[in-house]
Design a protein around this ligand. Structure first.
Ligand code: ADE
Length: 250
């Protein structure tokens, strides 16, 4: 998958290009990132990329021309790319949204800075505005990296272990069940220091049942919004009932 990163701070993307799953995906040619800095397209001596908003108000906005030219330069490389602007006013990203975007071959990602971008860019150049959550961070670069990372996990052989994508929270509409590794006992932590017996039993059917029950219970407790959307079948209703009972007897 090709990403055209439109940003005033291309160095910021080292966090995804130089490390972890995304770094390996670049080395393996599974993803590719190209950079288009609006500052390189500003035609004045100072390479001005921002200006005051008409009508007054705090802060500065990203000007149309340098941004438009940077987007067009990215389009010249991959003309069919969907253009996404990262913004707290965008559609909120979730795993379903990521799955849809993972079907694209190329994306142009605009990282807004300052107070945002001139509305005409959004109207004429951008296909979709995306927010990574209901909070404001100081620029779109981190949000763009969240998008690149989440998408890379979904690409075939992007992660090295497709099984772990299937186990991820949200993959099937539920939060992920708790996991443990050695040692089986941690004396400093009382009962909470023990790994649940069933996981040591070797009984794969019982392990799968326990995990599903925990995923249902955790989602019920923490994310009623997800639970509402999840269609519980009869055996899941029973499992969740058992989970709630287990919790109240603890
Ligand atoms: N830029 C600032 N805050 C953001 C958010 N929540 N999502 C996407 N881009 C942003």
């Amino acid at each position: 998958m090709w990403f055209g990163m439109v940003s005033l701070f291309p160095e910021a993307f080292k966090a995804v290009t130089d490390f972890g799953i995304t770094g390996r995906a670049i080395d393996a040619g599974i993803i590719e990132m190209a950079y288009f800095n609006p500052r390189d397209f500003a035609d004045d001596k100072q390479h001005t990329v921002d200006d005051k908003p008409y009508g007054g108000g705090p802060g500065m906005l990203m000007k149309v021309d340098p941004l438009r030219l940077a987007i067009n330069a990215a389009r010249d490389v991959k003309s069919s790319s969907k253009v996404i602007c990262l913004s707290p006013s965008g559609y909120r990203l979730d795993q379903e949204g990521l799955k849809k975007l993972a079907l694209c071959n190329s994306l142009i990602l605009i990282s807004g800075r300052y107070e945002g971008v001139d509305e005409r860019i959004l109207e004429h150049e951008v296909d979709l505005e995306v927010s990574i959550g209901d909070y404001v961070i100081s620029g779109g670069e981190l949000a763009a990296m969240v998008l690149v990372d989440g998408l890379t996990r979904l690409l075939p052989s992007g992660i090295g272990c497709e099984e772990s994508v299937k186990r991820d929270s949200f993959f099937d509409g539920l939060l992920e069940y708790p996991q443990y590794t050695r040692p089986a006992e941690i004396s400093e932590y009382d009962e909470a220091g023990y790994v649940p017996e069933v996981l040591l039993s070797g009984n794969h059917q019982e392990i799968a049942k326990w995990r599903h029950k925990q995923a249902l219970g955790k989602t019920y407790e923490r994310r009623p919004d997800l639970m509402k959307k999840y269609a519980l079948n009869e055996s899941e209703k029973k499992l969740l009932g058992e989970y709630i009972e287990d919790q109240s007897s603890d």
